[in-house]
Design a binder for this molecule. Structure first.
Ligand code: ATP
Length: 259
C-alpha cells in the first residue's frame, strides 16, 4: 500500500457527482493524490475517469446544473476546492489541465504560454519573458521554438502543440497537473516524449492522469486507481495493481478479459 511517509497533496473525500440530467457519474469516491507522484486512473469507457479528473479543477462549473457532493481537499492549506466560496479561476491556476487533443489558442507560441500570467495580472515584460522561457524549458520545447516564439502555435507539430499546452499549464506554477489521455492523439515518438516529460515534471508537482493505455499506466505512474460504473474499485501502488490486484474485476480489466 501507499508509503505512509509520502505527504498527500490532495484527496477526494466521499465525492459524488451528478450531471445536469441527474445522472450520478461518481459514487462516493475517496482517494489520495500523493505529492510528487503520478496517479493513473484506469477503467472501461464511461466509468467516470474524465468526470473525476474534471472535478479537481472545477471544469464542470462551466455547465449549469452539474452538482458536486463531498470534498476535494488540497494540502497543506486544507482548501476544499469544491467549496462554493472558492474561486474556480484560482483553483485552475493551482490545478491545471492538459487535454486529450492539443488545444493551443489561435495565438503565437509566446502568447499561448503567457496567457495564464496575463489573466493573473502580470504585465512586466521581463518577468513575462523569463516565465515563458522557464515554462517552455519545463515542457522540453524551448530549443525547438526559441527562434520563432511569435509564430502561430498551429504551425507546430501535434506533439509540439501538446508540449506547448503543457508549457501553458506550467506557466502559472500549478501544484497539480491533470492529464486527460494526453497522448491518445499522438504518434509513438511524441507519446514517449510526453511520458518522459511527465516523469520529469513529477519532481516539481503532483500528477493525475487518465489513460486507456495499460502500458502507459504501468510505465509512468506510481499509484493506479481502477474505476467501474462511477465507483473506485481498487487503488494501490501501480506495481501491485498490475501484478497482484486484490479484486477480480481489476484483474479481469488489466488482463483484457473485460472492457
Ligand atoms: N455531459 C454529460 N451529461 C450527462 N452524462 C454524462 C456527461 N458526460 C459524461 N456523462 C456520463 O457520465 C459517465 C462517465 O463518463 P466519463 O466521460 O467520465 O467516463 P470515462 O471513464 O472518462 O470514459 P472514456 O474512457 O470513454 O473517456 C458516463 O456514463 C457518461 O455517459
Amino acid at each position: 500500500m501507499a508509503n505512509v511517509t509520502t505527504p498527500i497533496k490532495a484527496e477526494a473525500r466521499d465525492l459524488n457527482f451528478f450531471y445536469s440530467n441527474g445522472a450520478r457519474a461518481l459514487k462516493g469516491i475517496s482517494m489520495p493524490l500523493y505529492e510528487n507522484k503520478i496517479t493513473a486512473l484506469i477503467g472501461p469507457s464511461g466509468c467516470g475517469k474524465s468526470t473525476f479528473l474534471r472535478c479537481f479543477n472545477r471544469m464542470h462549473d462551466l455547465y449549469p446544473g452539474n452538482k458536486y457532493q463531498g470534498q476535494i481537499v488540497m494540502h497543506p492549506d486544507n482548501t476544499n476546492v469544491l467549496d462554493a466560496g472558492v474561486d474556480p479561476i484560482e483553483v485552475r491556476m493551482r490545478i491545471s489541465m492538459v487535454f486529450q487533443k492539443p488545444n493551443p489558442f489561435p495565438k503565437s507560441i509566446y502568447e499561448n504560454v503567457a496567457y495564464g500570467l496575463r489573466v493573473r495580472g502580470e504585465n512586466n515584460k521581463r518577468i513575462m519573458d523569463d516565465k515563458v522561457e522557464e515554462a517552455l524549458k519545463g515542457a522540453a520545447l524551448w530549443n525547438e521554438v526559441k527562434d520563432r516564439l511569435h509564430d502561430l502555435a498551429f504551425n507546430l507539430s501535434g506533439g509540439q502543440q501538446q508540449r506547448l499546452c503543457i508549457a501553458r499549464a506550467l506557466a502559472t506554477d500549478p501544484e497539480i497537473m491533470l492529464f486527460d489521455e494526453p497522448t491518445s492523439a499522438l504518434d509513438p515518438i511524441a507519446t514517449a516524449n510526453i511520458e518522459e516529460l511527465m516523469v520529469e515534471l513529477r519532481s516539481k508537482l503532483t500528477i493525475l492522469v487518465v489513460t486507456h493505455n495499460m502500458q502507459q499506466a504501468a510505465r509512468v505512474s506510481d499509484y493506479t486507481a481502477y474505476m467501474y460504473l462511477g465507483e473506485l474499485i481498487e487503488y494501490n501502488d501501480t506495481d501491485k495493481i498490475f501484478t497482484t490486484p486484490s479484486r477480480k474485476e481489476t484483474e479481469d480489466y488489466i488482463t483484457g478479459k473485460f472492457g
